[in-house]
Structure formats: C-alpha cells, structure tokens
Ligand binder design. Structure first.
Ligand code: URA
Length: 208
C-alpha cells in the first residue's frame, strides 16, 4: 500500500497551528499522530498526557509502553501502525476530553482516515469508541469488530485502564490476539477506502 505521507504531514502541520478549541492554549506540543498506514491499522486513543505533550508524540508514557508490548505480542512494530487520539492537545490535569473538543478535532480524525483508508480502526478506551460506536458499552463491545460508517471498528479497553486494573491487562492481550486473528482472516477489501471524507458515521449493529 502507498503511504500518503505528504497528506499526513500537511494535516500534522495544521494540527500544530490549530486554535479550533480551548485546548490549544495549554499545549506545549500538539500531538497529530505518528506511524504509517502499511499495516492498515489505525489506533485512536483519548488524548495526550504529560509525556505526549512534552514530546509531541502519542502514547510515549506508561500507557504507551503497554501499547508497544501489546503490539509486539502480535508481531507488530509501532512504525507499521498509525497511532493518534480523538483530541490532539492535552486536556488540563488529564481530564476527560469534552464532546466539543472531540468534535473540533474530528476534522483531523476524518482527514487522517481518508488519507490512510485503514482496514481496521482500533479504538482505545470509551471516548474513542463513542466517536465511532455511540451508545455502546465498552464492557460489552471490546474485542469484537463492528461496522461504523464505511469502516471496521475494533473496540479495546484503554491501556491506561489496565495499569490501574490489573484484570484488564490479560483482557487487552486476549483482545489483541483476537485483532490479529481477525486481520489474518479478513481480506483487505472488507473496509473499502472511502472515496471522499465520510459524514459523521451512523452505527450499524452488524456483527462479524
Ligand atoms: N493516553 C492516550 O489516550 N493517548 C496518548 O497519546 C497517551 C495516553
């Protein structure tokens, strides 16, 4: 697959200059996202924390270390997946991102999705899941692929949750194994690349 790095770099430049929501006021570095589209996997988490704000890179703190371990457990390196967040500037005191902030940043989510045309979107935590599967409960939906708009969405618990609740750690490793099995048995044509930017997706309850 061709990796559209020019488009991704252009989006990153706009994210770094973005003033569309109040989160830009407190940022040291915006965190547009990083990686590549070669694996067809698009990870999306909640928002930058302290370390991500310092470095301008997603998932570089302790939750990021666990994400790297989870990827390695299914034979993937970070550089072959795309990693981003529903908000790209750090919320103060690491509070939850507000719906208006997620909405303001959604233009970049959509544009990155259009550029990468991923085979699967892996949502990390409930904020990212709600963006694609509104009304779903993560305790019910995790580890199962769903369709949302033109995409296949694979919800997972957030790695930070497993740092606080050790029982979720094994669940995350199990769900990554399910992701790996799903990718192996799913032809690349399951999620055809959208022709143009998708409208806000409407959830369809179709299960695989
Ligand atoms: N948590 C997130 O949701 N995103 C990051 O980038 C880091 C921690």
């Amino acid at each position: 697959m061709t990796v559209p790095s020019d488009a991704l770099e252009a989006i990153a430049g706009e994210v770094k200059a973005c003033t569309q929501c109040p989160l830009h006021r407190g940022r040291k570095n915006a965190v547009p996202g990083e990686g590549s589209g070669v694996s067809g996997i698009y990870f999306i988490g909640e928002g930058p924390g302290y370390h991500e704000n310092e470095q301008g890179r997603p998932f570089v703190g302790s939750a990021g270390q666990l994400l790297t371990e989870l990827l390695e457990s299914i034979g993937l390196e970070r550089r072959v997946v795309w990693i981003t967040n529903v908000v790209r500037c750090r919320p103060p005191e690491n509070r939850d991102p507000l719906p208006a902030e997620i909405e303001a940043c959604d233009v970049y989510t959509k544009r990155q999705l259009t550029a990468l045309a991923p085979k699967v979107i892996v949502t990390l935590g409930r904020h990212a899941m709600s963006r694609f599967l509104p009304g779903e409960a993560i305790s019910r939906a995790h580890g199962q692929p769903r369709r949302s708009g033109g995409y296949v969405v694979f919800p997972m618990y957030h790695p930070a949750a497993a740092l606080h609740q050790p029982s979720l750690r094994q669940q995350l490793f199990d769900d990554f194994r399910k992701l790996s099995d799903f990718l192996e048995r799913t032809p690349a044509t399951v999620a055809p690349p959208p022709k143009k930017e998708e409208p806000r997706p409407v959830t369809q309850p179709t299960l695989f």
